[in-house]
Design a protein around this ligand. Structure first.
Ligand code: FE2
Length: 383
C-alpha cells in the first residue's frame, strides 16, 4: 500500500513501485545521516534550535571514545549524527579540512548488512567498512559500508537484534534544552553533486551496484541555460523509499551552481537533504522564526502560480509570505522551499517538501529557483 508521498509504509512490506529496479538489495529506509562538522556541540545546538531536532544519543570522551565526539539528533524518522574530530590526526579531520562541514555517511537500513556488503561489492562497489558486529547490553548491530561519489559513503545498518537508543557505544543524551519539533518527518531524497561528465557514471553505479532504477532525468534544456545550468538523473530503489538525484554541471551563460559547489566542496558531495513535512506552512513559519534563512523567491513568481498549478488547499498569500513554491505533476502537487547553505562554504543546504500526490521534484520551479540561486552566486562573486 502506497501513501500519497510515494513512500510505502513498512507495515505493508516492501511493495515494488518501480518494477525496473532490482531486488537484490532490499532497503528499508534511511537509517541515519552523519555529518562531519567543525564543532559538533555548536552544530547540535543549531539543529535543535533552528530545525527542531530532539536530543537522542551521545558518544565522546565520557563514553570512552577518544578520537571524536558525536551527537545524535532525531525528528520524526530522521536521525542526524554530528561528529567532530578530537585530534588533527584522523580521517575525520582530513575530511573536515578538505570539505568543511559536510555529509560523510548516508546510512541505509537493511535486514542483512553482510549480504548488502557482499551483493554490492560483488557488483563493483569499493569497500569502506567490512561487515562489523558491535554489541552492548541492548543487543548487537551489524554494519558494513561502501564508497560512493567523492568521499561520501553508504553504511548498511542491520539493527533487528538491537534495542538500544542508537548504536552500541552511544549513551542516551538527556538535555535540559529541548526546543519543540518543527514537523519534519523523514528524508524524501538526498542529492549528490558530481563533476563534469560524471552524472552517467554515478547513475550507472546506483543501477549496477545497488539495483536502482532511473526515475526521471533533467537535461540542460529543462534547466535553462540562461541560468546556472545543470543536468540531473533521479535514481530510486525498488520500493521508492530511497531517492538519490545525481547532478552534474552544464554549460550555460553563467557559472553552473554545481561547479560552484564542487569548487568550494573541493570535490563531489551531498548537495542537499530534502526532508518531508505534512504541514509546510507550520514548519516554515517555525523555522523562519528560529532563524533559518531560505532562498528568496521573486515576488512575481506568485502572479502566475495559479495558472500553472490550479486550485490548491493553501492560501497563496501565506505561501508568498513564507516564500514556499508550488509545482504540479500528473499525480498531484507539491510544496517546497530551499534553505541557504547551512555552513559558510556555499555547499550543503536543506529542502523542505510537502507532497500532495506529486512524486516529482518541482521542475516547474527550476527557473524561479535558479534565478534566486544566481542572485546569491552574484553576491558571492562566484557567478
Ligand atoms: Fe530536492
Amino acid at each position: 500500500m502506497t501513501n500519497l508521498t510515494g513512500i510505502t509504509d513498512y507495515k505493508y512490506g516492501l511493495e515494488k513501485i518501480f518494477p525496473q529496479a532490482e531486488d537484490f538489495l532490499p532497503l528499508l529506509g534511511t537509517d541515519y545521516v552523519e555529518l562531519y562538522v567543525g564543532n559538533a556541540k555548536q552544530a547540535a545546538h543549531y539543529y535543535k534550535t533552528a530545525f527542531g531536532f530532539q536530543s537522542l544519543a551521545y558518544a565522546g570522551l565520557e563514553t570512552g571514545v577518544r578520537d571524536r565526539t558525536s551527537y545524535v539528533l532525531k525528528q520524526g524518522k530522521i536521525r542526524l549524527v554530528l561528529t567532530t574530530p578530537l585530534t588533527s590526526h584522523s580521517p575525520i579531520a582530513e575530511h573536515l579540512k578538505k570539505h568543511g562541514d559536510a555529509v560523510k555517511v548516508i546510512a541505509l537500513w537493511v535486514d542483512d548488512a553482510r549480504d548488502a556488503f557482499r551483493q554490492t561489492v560483488d557488483r563493483g562497489a569499493t569497500p569502506y567498512l567490512e561487515p562489523t558486529v558491535e554489541k552492548d547490553e541492548f543487543g548487537e548491530v551489524v554494519r558494513s559500508g561502501i564508497h560512493t561519489y567523492g568521499d561520501t559513503v553508504h553504511i548498511f545498518v542491520e539493527r533487528k537484534n538491537y534495542k538500544g537508543v542508537f548504536l552500541p557505544g552511544f549513551e542516551k543524551w538527556e538535555s535540559a534544552y529541548n526546543p519543540p519539533a518543527t514537523g519534519l518527518l523523514y528524508i524524501d531524497h538526498m542529492v549528490g553533486n558530481v563533476g563534469w561528465g560524471q552524472m552517467h557514471f554515478w547513475a550507472q553505479f546506483y543501477h549496477d551496484v545497488m539495483g536502482f532504477a532511473n526515475l526521471i532525468s533533467f537535461d540542460d534544456k529543462d534547466i535553462s541555460t540562461e541560468y546556472s545550468a545543470l543536468m540531473s538523473k533521479v535514481m530510486t530503489n525498488g520500493n521508492g523509499r530511497i531517492k538519490f538525484p545525481i547532478n552534474e554541471p552544464a554549460e550555460g551563460l553563467k557559472k553552473s551552481q554545481i561547479e560552484e559547489f564542487i569548487e568550494f566542496f573541493e570535490g563531489p558531495g551531498c548537495q542537499h537533504i530534502a526532508v518531508a513535512t505534512n504541514d509546510i506552512v507550520f514548519t516554515i513559519r517555525e523555522m523562519r522564526n528560529r532563524g533559518v534563512e531560505f532562498l528568496h523567491v521573486p515576488g512575481n513568481y506568485y502572479d502566475t502560480v495559479s495558472n500553472r498549478v490550479g486550485t490548491i488547499d493553501e492560501e497563496l498569500e501565506t505561501l508568498k509570505e513564507l516564500g514556499i513554491m508550488v509545482d504540479r505533476d500528473d499525480e498531484g502537487y507539491l510544496l517546497q522551499i530551499f534553505t541557504k547553505p547551512v555552513e559558510d562554504r556555499p555547499t550543503m543546504f536543506f529542502e523542505i517538501i510537502q507532497r500532495k500526490g506529486a512524486k516529482s521534484f518541482g521542475k516547474g520551479n527550476f527557473q524561479a529557483l535558479f534565478e534566486s540561486i544566481e542572485a546569491e552566486q552574484a553576491r558571492r562573486g562566484t557567478l
